[in-house]
Write a protein that binds this ligand. Structure first.
Ligand code: ADP
Ligand code: GLC
Length: 509
């Protein structure tokens, strides 16, 4: 019998308490799965307003303390709750000044200006809470820049505390482009001395960089697909951190995200007008399509191809290609669009205009709606995700399950999870989607034309592609086991901060 590995998972999002994107889905689902394979997991999250209003029963604990931060002393109360299935304990770091706000990271005026202070406070409070709760901890698993300070705190202070001496840290990069980079005057907020503000530690081109901090100090680093793990060690996708990632290559692993099929399964999805599975998908999807066309005010038409998009409206997701394509296609092609997203004004405004001009062909809902996201996955024939880069991506995995054929740019996790419908792949019953031949407007057009052509002219082939996707299993089981292996390899390490050689030529400065 294997010994249990006690995990503490720290993140800035967690479904159903707080979500802005896939990070929330992953951090809400992985702990429960880890729990089932011998890794009891306790989670930490900020007590955001959305978390307190989520409807989950939240209890106070007897634990309260203060953190000196900059020239202030801030109080922290620890609250607790359990995820809906009851098996995962979540501690919430409560400090209303930092977290009782309308958004997680930003509001209508932009990013919160004290984000560095908010998340340094969060990290320092988590470390203090682990100590006060006397939690058994083998692994502290940190997600993204908001938690990047934690491996440094543990590495810097381990001499004093026995749990820090024995615990190992894992840093998961969900998106290398978001690094938590702040001016150097924020360094005192970290609680660490200036000796850490060093080009091989926390400093990056004169700034404090919290993701780099996590990458440097964590015992193991993971990211969310094998292809992205390779890509981020190159200058093209490394966002400036590729030298340090190359230096830590031996400790870097790519693990594809899983899907929580209790949330995302058309056979049981409460958001859909009718349930369907791989057996009766034609009838089920046809009904979901009509209902979606009605809901969005599109012309009700069973035959017209309906393409869905659920996406943050940011550069990463390929909007610089999608918008010009939409402008052309709404003029000349009988294809409908169901778009759900929020993000940058430069994308929201033109989408609003296109939807006003062509209401029968294009619907754009510029809001965050979990329920509509599910109905778009079910009611669309195809799902478009031409991301410029994509660490993993979850929507293409949801699309596969919902029989909605993904059209993707084969980068990062999209390349690892979708198989292009080449003649060989179709013949060998492996095809599940369509690839852009290049990241360009022409490439996007070609992929869409190819998909629409198979949809309209080769229904049996289309049906096979749909069914092959629906029958795939991207559940968390395999990925959680992979994380367990990473934890084991971290626990086998000694205590030195890894990979930090003073005279490294891996940095070009
Ligand atoms: P990313 O995390 O980069 O945004 P992912 O594909 O990993 O991309 O995950 C996105 C998640 O956020 C999915 O669960 C998707 O359904 C959800 N999502 C994105 N935008 C919206 C929106 N406007 N309304 C509802 N859900 C959304
Ligand atoms: C990030 C990435 C996305 C990934 C998600 C969860 O937001 O952009 O590709 O699926 O994190 O890991």
């Amino acid at each position: 019998m294997n010994k249990n590995i006690n995990v503490v998972s720290v993140s800035s999002e967690m479904v159903p308490l707080a979500k802005s994107g896939g990070l929330g889905d992953v951090c809400g689902a992985l702990p429960g799965q880890l729990q089932r394979i011998g890794c009891p997991t306790t989670c930490f999250l900020p007590a955001y307003r959305t978390a307190l209003q989520s409807g989950l029963p939240i209890q106070p604990t007897s634990i309260a303390f203060t953190i000196p931060i900059g020239n202030k002393v801030m109080a922290c109360r620890l609250l607790e709750t359990r995820l809906p299935r009851g098996d995962v304990l979540v501690y919430l770091i409560d400090q209303p000044h930092y977290f009782d706000r309308p958004g997680l990271y930003l509001d209508q005026h932009g990013e919160y200006r004290d984000n560095c202070e908010r998340f340094c406070f969060f990290c320092r409070a988590v470390v203090e809470a682990i100590q006060r709760l006397e939690l058994p901890v083998d692994i502290v698993h940190c997600h993204d820049w908001q938690t990047g300070l934690i491996p440094a705190l543990i590495s810097a202070h381990y001499n004093g505390l026995s749990w820090m001496r024995s615990a190992r840290t894992v840093m998961t990069i969900h998106n290398l482009a978001y690094q938590g980079q702040f001016w150097h005057y924020d360094m005192p907020l970290t609680g660490l001395g200036w000796e850490h503000f060093h080009w091989q530690r926390m400093e990056f081109h004169g700034h404090l960089n919290l993701l780099k901090t996590g990458i440097v100090y964590a015992d193991k680093i993971t990211t969310v697909s094998p292809t992205y793990a390779r890509e981020i060690t190159t200058p093209e996708h490394g966002c400036g951190l590729d030298p340090i990632l190359r230096q830590r290559e031996a400790d870097l692993v790519g693990i594809v995200n899983g899907v929580d099929y209790e949330q995302w399964n058309p056979e049981t999805d409460p958001h859909l007008p009718v349930p369907y599975g791989p057996q009766r998908w034609r009838e089920g999807k046809a009904q979901c399509k009509v209902a979606l066309q009605q809901e969005l005010g599109l012309r009700v038409d069973a035959a017209v191809p309906l393409i869905g998009i659920v996406s943050r409206l940011v550069d990463q997701k390929g909007w610089d290609l999608i918008l010009p394509l939409l402008r052309q296609w709404v003029q000349h092609r009988e294809v409908q669009w169901a778009i759900l997203g929020t993000g940058e004004q430069r994308y929201e405004q033109p989408l609003r205009e296109l939807a006003d001009e062509h209401p029968q062909l294009l619907a754009a809902r510029l809001e965050f709606s979990e329920a509509l996201a599910h109905r778009i996955e079910a009611g669309s024939d195809m799902f478009l995700m031409p991301s410029r880069y994509e660490p993993c991506g979850l929507n293409q995995l949801y699309s596969l399950k919902y029989g909605t054929v993904p059209i993707v740019n084969p980068t990062g996790g999209l390349a690892d999870t979708v198989v292009d419908a080449t003649p060989d792949a179709i013949a060998e019953h492996r095809a599940t989607g369509f690839y852009l031949p290049s990241y360009s407007l022409e490439g996007l057009e070609q992929a869409l034309r190819r998909a629409v052509d198979v949809y309209q002219r080769q229904p049996p082939t289309w049906g096979r592609i749909v069914e092959q996707g629906m029958l795939q299993d991207w559940s968390w089981h395999r990925s959680a086991e992979h994380y367990r292996q990473v934890y084991l390899s971290a626990l086998a390490l000694g205590r030195e901060t890894p990979a930090l050689t003073e005279a490294s030529d891996a940095y070009d400065r």
